[in-house]
Design a protein. Structure first.
Length: 200
């Protein structure tokens, strides 16, 4: 309770009142404050779904939510925005303050959807690890990536002075093991041998 009061102070009570009236109040209507005192829920509230992870708003934004004992942190760096903080209100309601905007309540809806009080929607992304295709030929690398749900993007070549890569993948971006959205591209760099006799 001390942590929540420290984060939000009096703002939590006002914002919670807004959250409780989201269903009944349309845009532009003033929130009605409840007569009973606000009582924060106990830590580690079981949520409708796990909110930890990366979300999309349908555009380029990739906010990342972390939930530690009902205290939320929202990394908005994908949009060059400051980190937001919030709290879990109950099993299907959260409250988040965006420092460069306002405080919004949101409803959690299965499967993995967050519906904000301003009308926007976030969908949780199911990320996958990019396979390691270094040392593979371009054909094999492309087959491995496609099987994992990724596609090959830009393919460039580099002269490998060590002569360890002869028409095989010298490097990849994103790197092996990186969590990425299925369907995203992986760029490949193919190693080529230098002129005969110049290997290091």
């Amino acid at each position: 309770m001390r942590i929540r009061n420290k984060i939000f102070g009096g703002l939590l009570a006002a914002a919670l009142a807004t959250a409780l009236n989201v269903a009944g109040a349309g845009a532009g209507h003033a929130a009605q404050f409840p007569s009973a005192p606000i009582r924060p829920v106990a830590a580690a509230t079981p949520l409708l779904f796990d909110v930890n992870g990366t979300f999309t708003d349908g555009g380029s934004a990739r906010p990342v939510i972390s939930d530690v004992n009902d205290i939320l942190t929202v990394d908005m760096s994908s949009q060059h925005r400051p980190t937001a903080s919030g709290v879990v209100i109950n099993s299907d309601t959260i409250l988040v303050t965006f420092p460069d905007d306002a405080t919004y309540s949101a409803k959690l809806q299965a499967p993995n959807i967050i519906r904000w009080s301003n009308g926007s929607t976030w969908q949780k992304l199911n990320l996958a690890r990019v396979p390691d295709v270094r040392e593979e030929t371009r054909t094999v690398a492309e087959s491995i990536l496609n099987s994992a749900g990724f596609t090959v993007g830009r393919v460039t070549s580099i002269v490998d002075q060590t002569c360890n890569h002869n028409r095989t993948v010298y490097d990849q971006t994103p790197g092996a093991g990186t969590l990425a959205v299925p369907g995203s591209v992986v760029d490949l760099t193919i190693g080529l041998l230098p002129p005969r006799g110049t290997c290091r």
